[in-house]
Structure formats: structure tokens, C-alpha cells
Design a binder for this molecule. Sequence first.
Ligand code: DGT
Ligand code: MG
Length: 242
Amino acid sequence: TDMKGYVEFQNVTFRYEGAEKPVLENISFKVQPGETTAIIGSTGSGKTTLIKLIARFYDVEEGAVLIDGINVKEMTQQLLRNKIGYVPQKASLFSGSITDNLRYGKEDATEEQIIDALKTAQAIDFVNEKDDGIHAKIEQAGANLSGGQKQRLSIARALIRKPEIYLFDDSFSALDYKTDAKLRAALKNVTDNATIILVAQRVSTVINADQIIVLNEGRVAGIGTHRELLSDNKIYQEIVSS
Ligand code: DGT
Ligand code: MG
């Protein structure tokens, strides 16, 4: 198949420089193009680290991270940046207008594209409430926005670039259930062929994923659908009932 956005971890072990033990150990999984994979697990289990390895913030010492069958170590940062839309756990907004912030990474985005992305990200309403709308000023680090507003602008920024692979690190947790559900439904509509890898805290966010990876202390404790994990994975059962 010539579909793009296939992601594979082959026996990946990763240790932060200077750290005594690895934060990820022997991680293997496959993400099919166009599918949604959710990662769930307690705080410190390695979810953000795993996401960052896909975007090659760090090189793995053992094993390999592959995109479309190619080791990310063999890809240029430019190529990776074009393929991947990374929405970090902590949105990185800068002082400037909303449009300035959303054009970051795609300078030539039109106002129409910006508005479309804001609609998908369920951000258009709070943006329109501002006097200057999409030209309203964001303060340094988004100080004049709520956590959920920052997350939605950060999602809109990724959408504008139309990547093959979306990495959402806990991008939905600051949203209420209704907005979370609406946003993900809208995402599904516009990202039909894109691969989505998302980190989540709530079971409601992962329930419809094609596969869920349960991380526990840097190891894969289970991979499957919600239904499968619910019936046979103790850690997942604990997450669901907590
Ligand atoms: P979260 O966001 O609180 O739910 O936690 P995770 O699952 O995203 O965990 P992660 O990947 O941020 O951290 C996993 C472990 O790695 C944890 O023990 C903290 C450690 N760690 C994270 N970032 C760094 C880093 O930049 N340097 C070092 N030395 N350790 C780090
Ligand atoms: Mg994290």
C-alpha cells in the first residue's frame, strides 16, 4: 500500500541522558495509516517520552522508531516536521496575534484556512468573542487564555499544516466532556487519511480508538481495543474504574 503515516516501534528502549534506568523499555507496536492509537497510563509512565521519540526529539539507544518503514534517524528534521503535527502537552504560544500563532509552521496560511482550523478545534466561538477576533493579541505564553483555550489553539495550529501524522499529547484533558467529544468528531471529519496518536487521561477519550496502548512504568502493559482490554487487562480495568 502507498498510504502514508505508518508508525512502528521495534523493541525500543530509551534512557534520558544521565538517568540511571530507562524510562521506556522494550516497546513494540504498530500504528496503521489512517488509524487512531491512544496511549493511556499513569503519570510518569513515559507517554510524553514515547510521543517525543516519534518526532525524534531524542534518539533511541536500542531498537528503532520507523515511519513508513524508514528509521526516523535517517530522516531530516525538515522531513519529519512536514510529516508530523505535534501538539505538545504544554501549548507553546507566543506573544502576538492569534493568526501569528496559528501561522507558525505555515507562514502562508490564509485567513480562511485559519478560521476552518479554529472551527474544527472548537475554538472559533471564544475567538469571535474577542474584540479583534482572529487578530486578537495573545500574551506571552498565552497568559490571557485558559488551559483549554490554549490547547484548542495549539490543535488548530497543527491542523493548518495538514500533516500525515498527528501527535496529541494530552490535548483534550482540559476540555469538558462535551467539547472533547465534539472536537474529536470534527477531527475525524477533516483528518480522514491521517494517522492519529493521542495521549489521554480519560477513558471516554480513548474508547473509540482503533487500538489503545496501556503504558505502565515504561513498559507496554497491554495493547487492544477498549473492549479487549476491558475484558483481560488488569491495569486498564483499574484505569476504567478509577
Ligand atoms: P504525565 O504527563 O505526567 O502523565 O507523565 P508521562 O507519562 O507523560 O511521563 P513522561 O514521559 O513525561 O516521563 C517519564 C519519566 O521520564 C518520568 O520519570 C520523568 C522522566 N523524564 C521526563 N522528561 C525527562 C527529561 O527531560 N529528563 C530526564 N532526565 N527525565 C525525564
Ligand atoms: Mg506527559
